[in-house]
Design a binder for this molecule. Structure first.
Ligand SMILES: Cc1cc2nc3c(=O)[nH]c(=O)nc-3n(C[C@H](O)[C@H](O)[C@H](O)COP(=O)(O)OP(=O)(O)OC[C@H]3O[C@@H](n4cnc5c(N)ncnc54)[C@H](O)[C@@H]3O)c2cc1C
Length: 408
């Protein structure tokens, strides 16, 4: 039987491992953490609310995720809010059609811009101050990269940030996908077993993990972009690949949950002054009694002093969402995704530099017996999402199945 080691039990790695197992390949999944799911991390708040400490919002076009949810017998639940379409406070009175038209102009300009152009250069061409600020704050928040560091290319899909379809979560928690896949894989998934070294050659691989050395015919590296570089490759990764990986910004973000004294109708409200937003949803399984909030980008994290705790953050939410009922501030919890997170290195990648004739970046190209998966290797416009992770896992599994001579 052919063998493959998959490194990383996030959506990408587990999707790949499941596809390999279905193809009759013996698979071992090595995961550093004590849980599966990676950046999808469903949990309970102090009041019992179901919360998402990582990926939360499933928006339009998640075709591979839809198929996976159906295949695993899971179900979506509507969040009652539109992730992209938020109420602005204070409300500058922006005309939605004008904002969308400006977003399409920005997309065209971003597509035509040179590889060194920055988002701020393109946004400067938007004439209306309020619309420019809206697109700027939404781009920084969604990419979780400080606007000053965000390449223009990341604006190529900025109009999606104004879509108005209802946002969904997976019932019981977004980690349902990872948990179901891991259950199918059983003992093949090994937790708390980080990989530090990969030896690879024409005949196979030797994977050095904390528990020992695993020999296999091939491997799939499905760890985040920033941590791929902490793994020693022998022979080393190509210089061009390393340079390209180093050139891709990885964001930073923080999430907050604060229990409320009573149920709050679903709402999504963005502070125009502070460039962050807060929301409520009945998906919390306690009737909409937690306020969630997202800060994308180090500048706003610093402004609200998230490292010192939730106090300033909760205060600012109260400042723009004045009709909120009493909040249990003592039970407020933050989850911080900074660059020092050892298994993620931040939030997600802001991949740029995909050649015109390619659907995805060459950093995801197979290297002999080693294939690469993970959101940063996803098809164009699907990086930084659950959808991209799943698509990348399927693609990497196909590559290895082909390399090993097809399904058994
Ligand atoms: C705070 C936050 C909010 C997000 N919000 C959304 C959202 O609303 N909607 C959306 O679609 N996407 C969102 N995303 C992005 C989404 O979570 C990711 O794109 C996706 O989950 C990435 O999956 P992955 O398998 O590529 O990586 P991961 O989920 O990071 O999986 C990689 C795995 O590799 C493991 N690992 C790391 N190093 C090693 C090692 N040396 N050895 C073994 N294992 C290792 C990690 O522990 C991890 O389990 C969000 C991400 C974050 C962080």
């Amino acid at each position: 039987m052919k063998t493959c080691v998959v490194i990383g039990a996030g959506c990408a790695g587990l999707t790949a491992a499941d596809a390999l197992a279905q193809a009759g390949i013996e698979v071992t999944v090595l995961e550093a953490r004590d849980r599966v799911g990676g950046r999808v991390w469903s949990d309970r708040a102090g009041n019992g609310a179901l919360i998402e400490r990582g990926a939360e919002f499933i928006t339009a076009g998640y075709d591979a995720t839809d198929a996976m949810v159906e295949r695993l017998g899971l179900e979506y639940v509507g969040m009652g809010i539109r992730y992209p379409d938020r109420e602005l406070r204070p409300d500058p009175g922006i005309d939605r059609a004008e904002a969308l038209a400006a977003a399409h102009d920005v997309e065209a300009a971003a597509a035509a811009a040179g590889p060194d152009a920055m988002a701020l250069d393109i946004l400067a061409t938007v004439e209306d101050d309020d619309i420019r600020e809206l697109l700027a704050s939404r781009s920084q928040s969604a990419s979780s990269v400080a606007l000053e560091l965000l390449p223009a290319e990341r604006l190529r899909t900025v109009s999606h940030l104004l879509d108005d379809g209802e946002t969904r979560r997976i019932g019981g928690g977004n980690d349902g996908i990872a948990l179901c896949l891991a259950e199918r894989l059983g003992d093949a998934v090994r937790l708390e077993d980080p990989v530090s070294r990969i030896e690879h050659g024409p005949d196979g691989v030797r994977i050095h993990a904390e528990s020992g050395v695993f020999e296999a015919d091939a491997c799939i590296v499905a760890v985040p972009l920033a941590v791929t570089q902490h793994i020693a490759f022998d022979p080393p990764l190509e210089a061009e690949r390393i340079a390209a990986m180093n050139g891709i910004p990885v964001g930073q973000a923080a999430k907050l949950v604060v229990p409320a004294a009573q149920a709050i109708p679903p709402a999504a409200i963005m502070s125009t002054a502070d460039r962050f937003w807060a929301y409520t949803t009945p998906c919390d399984e306690v009737g909409g009694t937690v306020v969630g909030s997202w800060i994308g980008g180090a500048p706003v994290m610093d402004l609200l002093d998230v490292d010192a705790g939730p106090a300033t953050w909760v205060d600012r939410i109260r400042g723009f969402w004045t009709e909120l009922p009493a909040l249990d501030e003592n039970a407020a919890e933050t989850t911080i995704w900074r660059h020092d997170n050892p298994w993620t290195g931040g939030t997600y990648s802001a991949v740029t530099g995909i050649p015109d004739d390619r659907e995805r970046h060459p950093i995801g190209d197979q290297l002999g017996r080693v294939a690469f998966a993970g959101e940063h290797t996803a098809p164009r416009d699907w990086t930084a999402t659950i959808e991209g992770a799943i698509r990348s896992g399927q693609r990497a599994a196909d590559e290895i199945i082909t390399t090993l001579g097809g399904a058994a």
